[in-house]
Write a protein that binds this ligand. Sequence first.
Ligand code: GLP
Length: 241
Amino acid sequence: MRVVRTTDYNDMSRKAANVISAQTILKPDTVLGLATGSTPIGTYRQLIDWYKKGDIDFSQVSTYNLDEYRGLAPEDPNSYHYFMRTNLFDHVNIDLANTHVPDGLAADPEAYCASYDAMVRDAGYPDLQLLGIGRNGHIGFNEPDDAFSKGTHLVDLTESTIEANSRLFDSVDDVPRQAFSMGVQTIMYAHTILLIASGEEKAEAVRDAILGPVTPHCPASILQLHANCILIADAAALSLC
Ligand code: GLP
């Protein structure tokens, strides 16, 4: 894993956006794996800014998102569909037909997960997968467990994730208890992985992910085995390394 230390969140965001921008310049029809959460917002803002200046073209780019809350419709302001529209897609020249976020309302979860996996596979897997990290080391919504997950699946969220994500909802009771998430195996098929982390509250997860044993109890630790994984993290997130 290549580790890039940045001074702060803005520096992390710019550097991550630089990597994504370079990828789209070198391969205009890039397949991007995208993430939600607070961490990538600055990266998306930077990409929008460079798009407006004419430096990035998303017209041939396609995207596959990692996860979505179960039970939330795309137009729900707490859904990851809505997040992606408002934080990136609505501000750049991406063709919405080429953007994919798991369907939180899928009636037959098992069949739906298989079809999402087939779609990601048929796209050749992401050239570049952007990832955040949860405070407990989760990636996507792959929570600590006794085994690594494989394909897209329905997840029971842990109390720690529900609590961490409740800041974005009116109350903790409004946070869905389940989510669809790409599996760890699918994430590992990405050609390059770009993990970003900022802030002291991520320091333990980052330490365990990059220096600890490879274990499903810290799902992000599997990234140590990826041939082309880049971690861009600020000094606070790297403070225990
Ligand atoms: C959520 C998302 C993850 C994200 C994580 C960290 O649970 N499903 O994809 O990486 O939280 O979020 P944040 O960047 O807000 O700390």
